[in-house]
Design a protein around this ligand. Structure first.
Ligand code: C2E
Ligand code: MG
Ligand code: MG
Length: 451
């Protein structure tokens, strides 16, 4: 029995650890999800009031960046304590990660939506007030505030998922209304505006909160088998939706103009990373960065960003290649030509991305300072099996070589594809066959660390 008790307490311990945020000891995302599920079921059964809140600290990142993570961590602990003091023990205050908290208020008086609102409102006001007095950490008097979004069961969501989503919309509304306030979800808010507002604001916030990150996929030479460079591929570590690929948010970034600051963020981070790798390895690791058409409208700004970042990171622009699609290049060929010439004069290489999916026109290739062609993965996919695709790729390679350009095959996933491409004299390739895009630490461990 001693063993059983021991095992039991170990199990409890494991369960405790799995459900708590290690920094603050508060319930984590997993536990809050469970509790909300239970809470909603209870509220439905007992016809009791339930409210769900998302809380996001305002400008936490500034504090964290300027005073360091230790101060940031301490601040989060204090905030956690202050928020917890505003609710009853039967309520839940959880930390979801970063500077984001969630609260479940249960058994709020009254099941009528108005009363429940009042109860939740009182707690939100208490929380805003609780954060209003400065927090003393080491020698710093820190003032912080928060934005709160509130969803009421069941008017704002009949199930946990909807309720959370709507509390989230309300939170972004609170941010948009100037921070340090709370907002209830409203169905007007939800309408058309919601999607745009939330994704766009999310993305704006993501940039501020450092939720964007880059993965790096190696590019390999067929001849030497060596890595010639890496392509930087953006990701978004979304606090609730997990790791998002660019197809989930690049369009919104483009439509909203956010692509400009996001593009600059990419340039900054990729330049610094690759400069570090070049220095560390003593090898010329080339960097490929994807461009969006929105970044080309303000050519001066783009040129300035590239120049200044290269200087700050001590990166030689001759080792950088910008990837653009055919459609981007053909949008406004005159202005584009001027910009591309400037970029070329600065030493930057130019690669045509997804080649074959657009116009595949040879004439513009001759007019523009192009260095490489990236054959779209759709042609590579069936290359061992579909003779058409093989013929197309063969033609692209022949044409590219006659223009003295470099050909790169994208999306090489298996050995068959690899062999066919190698025998077709393709210069380089990228794809899962060699490596998926990797977070920087993994890329280093796999490809840069000796031994
Ligand atoms: P892309 O530039 O054509 O990038 C290649 C895509 O193929 C990447 O998708 C990569 O993860 C994926 N891939 C690589 N190897 C394989 C393979 O063997 N099989 C398959 N099935 N896929 C493979 P990802 O990372 O989702 O990026 C998608 C697109 O998003 C990129 O296409 C690029 O157009 C755009 N993008 C990525 N990062 C940025 C960025 O920083 N700025 C801008 N403006 N666009 C970006
Ligand atoms: Mg690309
Ligand atoms: Mg591509």
């Amino acid at each position: 029995t001693a063993n059983i008790t021991k095992r039991k307490s170990a199990e409890e311990r494991v369960e405790f650890l799995a459900t708590r945020d290690p920094l603050t000891g508060l319930p984590n995302r997993m536990l809050v999800n469970d509790r909300l599920e239970q809470g909603v079921a209870n509220a439905a059964r007992k016809r009791a009031g339930l409210a769900f809140m998302f809380i996001d600290l305002d400008r936490f990142k500034t504090i964290n960046d300027s005073l360091g993570h230790d101060v940031g961590d301490e601040l989060l602990k204090r905030v956690a304590a202050r928020l917890s003091a505003c609710v009853r023990v039967s309520d839940t205050v959880a930390r979801l990660g970063g500077d984001e908290f969630a609260v479940i208020l249960e058994n709020l008086p009254g099941s009528e939506s108005r009363d429940v609102h009042e109860g939740a409102q009182q707690v939100a006001e208490k929380m805003i007030a609780a954060l209003a007095s400065p927090i003393m950490i080491n020698t710093h008097h820190l003032t912080t505030s928060c934005s709160i979004g509130i969803g009421i069961y069941s008017t704002d969501g009949p199930d946990p998922k909807t309720l959370m989503k709507h509390a989230d919309v309300a939170m972004y509304d609170a941010k948009a209304k100037g921070r340090n306030n709370y907002q209830f979800f409203s169905h007007q808010l939800n309408a058309r505006a919601q999607e745009r507002l939330s994704i766009e604001n999310y993305l704006r916030l993501a940039l501020r909160r450092d939720e964007l990150l880059l993965h790096y996929q190696p590019r390999v030479s067929f001849k030497t088998g060596q890595i010639t460079g890496v392509e930087a591929l953006i990701r978004w570590q979304h606090p609730r939706h997990g790791l998002l690929a660019p197809d989930k948010f690049i369009n919104v970034a483009e439509d909203s103009g956010l692509i400009v600051p996001i593009g600059e963020w990419v340039i900054e981070h990729a330049f610094r990373q690759v400069a570090e790798w070049q220095k560390k390895s003593g090898r010329e690791i080339r960097l490929a960065v994807n461009m969006s058409v929105g970044q080309m409208f303000d050519a001066d700004r783009l040129v300035r960003a590239l120049e200044q970042t290269a200087k700050a990171a001590a990166l030689d622009l001759h080792t950088v290649e910008l990837e653009m699609t055919e459609s981007m290049l053909l949008k406004n060929i005159d202005d584009t030509a001027v910009l591309l010439k400037t970029l070329g004069d600065m030493g930057l290489g130019l690669a045509i991305d997804d080649f074959g999916t657009g116009y595949s026109s040879l004439s513009y290739l001759k007019q523009l300072p192009v260095d490489s062609i990236k054959v779209d993965s759709s042609f590579v996919r069936d290359i061992g099996t579909d003779p058409n695709d093989e013929a197309i790729v063969r033609a692209i390679i022949a044409m590219t070589h006659s223009l003295k350009l470099n050909v790169i095959a994208e999306g090489v996933e298996n050995e068959d594809q690899y062999r066919v491409l190698r025998d077709l004299n393709c210069d380089e390739y990228q794809g899962f066959f060699f490596s998926t895009p990797l977070p920087p630490a993994e890329f280093e461990a796999q490809f840069l660390d000796p031994g």
